[in-house]
Structure formats: C-alpha cells, structure tokens
Ligand binder design. Structure first.
Ligand code: C5P
Length: 233
C-alpha cells in the first residue's frame, strides 16, 4: 500500500446538510472526500472550502473535457481552491491533458488524473461512438496516453488494475471505485471488489460511497474497513 490513507469517501448527497452531517462524523486522519458533479453544481466552491477547512483532502471529481485552454483554466481553478486531486477525461486528448498538467506547474500539491472509459459504456456503446476495439484495449490506450501526457494516474475499475499495473510505471496512481467491503450489498454496482483485494492488486486509492455514507455508524464502518485492509495486507 503506497499511501497509509487509501480511502476516498464519495459524498453523493442531494442535500448539503446531510453531507455536512456525514463529514462531521468522519475522521480526516482516516479518509479523504470525493465531491462530484451533483454536489458541486448545487453547492459550489463553498462546499469544497468548508470541507477542506474541516481538515479533509478533497478529490474534485468533475471529469473536465473541453478544449485545452478551457480545461487548463478549470484545473487551475480547482488547484486554487486547494483540492488534493482533480480529474479530466483522457478522451479529450494529449494536448488537453498536457495543457491541464502545465496549468498546475506551480501547484504540484494537486494531483491530476484522468478517466479512461466510463464503466457505464458497453462495447456496443463504444462502437456507436466510433471505438472499434474492445473496451479493455481502449482503457489501456487511454491510460498510456494519460501517462505520456504527464498526468499522475487514472480512475480504473478493479478489473482493470492488473492490466494497467503491468503496463505502467509503479508510481502511476490507480484510483478504483466499485469497492465493497466483504459481505456488503453491491447495490447497483455490477462488478465489485473488496478493499483488501483491490489494494493487493495494485490500486492506490479506493473510492467508497454508500457502504460508508449509508452506514448506521460511518466512522465505525471506516475503522472496520481499515482493519479489514490491515488484516489482509
Ligand atoms: O456508493 P458507491 O460506493 O457505489 O459509490 C461509488 C462512487 O464512485 C460514486 O460517486 C460513483 O459515481 C463513482 N464511480 C463509480 N464507477 C466509476 C466511476 C466513478 O462508481 N466507474
């Protein structure tokens, strides 16, 4: 395990009060927080600032995808907010990713990663948008392009970890959602992996939402997940 704090909790709420209530129950020494498009669109930078002020590192999951100049500006704005991690779509291409990387020149504290192929897309969906190879090939291709463009890592499913670890440098970050602690309900996730297995396969950070956010005692759940990880690794 490369980071002693591998858990990133997905703050997927429609209402900021519920989000703040959850954050108040968590420990910034044990996890980081992911803020996505819904919460950011409703509550904006204020939400990021308040949660950062509580001591949490923020992964701002806005998946920017636009012309290079626009994405560079957006990534730079995210870094100015003090976020720990931000992401773009690798499909935006090399020039877009390089511009985004360059915009972080004097703000190296913000990690920049990319999304390769959304796990919601089937092979048929990919064919419809002109991708003729398999989803796996496209993931590998875009992850390579992300690394060549100087980014720090990619978001990937647990199934993709082994493939990407084989082909990319050991310090390239793999951030993995679709994680379920042993015995937890998978919900709408189709292919889940346990925290310990995903880390053992080579993931650096695990994105976990509902198993923690919907737990009766979220902090206890967080501690149990950390115990599960330490007992297996
Ligand atoms: O509640 P759950 O653990 O399923 O939440 C997972 C989080 O990771 C959500 O914020 C979801 O949008 C995100 N995510 C995902 N699968 C991806 C990319 C992101 O589940 N391929």
């Amino acid at each position: 395990m490369s980071d002693s704090k591998p858990l990133i909790i997905a703050l997927d709420f429609a209402d900021s009060r519920a989000a703040y209530q959850l954050v108040d129950q968590l420990d910034p020494g044990l996890c980081r927080i992911k803020i996505g498009k819904e919460m950011f669109t409703r509550y904006g930078p204020e939400l990021v600032k308040r949660i950062t002020a509580s001591g949490f590192d923020i992964f701002l999951d806005l998946k920017f995808h636009d012309i290079p100049n626009t994405v560079a500006g957006a990534v730079s704005a995210a870094a100015d907010l003090g976020v720990w991690m931000v992401n773009v779509h690798a499909g935006g291409g090399r020039a877009m990713m390089e511009a985004a990387r360059k915009s972080l020149g004097d703000k190296p504290a913000t990690r920049l990663i990319a999304v390769t192929v959304l796990t919601s897309l089937s092979s048929q969906d990919l064919h419809e948008v002109g991708v003729s190879g398999s989803a796996e090939e496209q993931v590998a291709r875009l992850a390579r392009l992300t690394a060549e463009s100087g980014l720090d890592g990619v978001v990937c499913s647990a199934r993709e970890i082994a493939l990407l670890r084989q082909n990319l440098k050991p310090d390239f970050l793999l951030v993995t959602p679709g994680i379920r602690p042993a015995g937890d309900d998978a919900g709408d996730q189709k292919r889940t992996e346990t925290p310990a297995t995903a880390l053992a396969r080579g993931s650096n950070y695990l994105v976990i939402g509902r198993p923690v956010t919907q737990a009766a005692d979220p902090l206890l759940k967080l501690r149990q997940i950390m115990q599960e990880i330490h007992s297996k690794i």
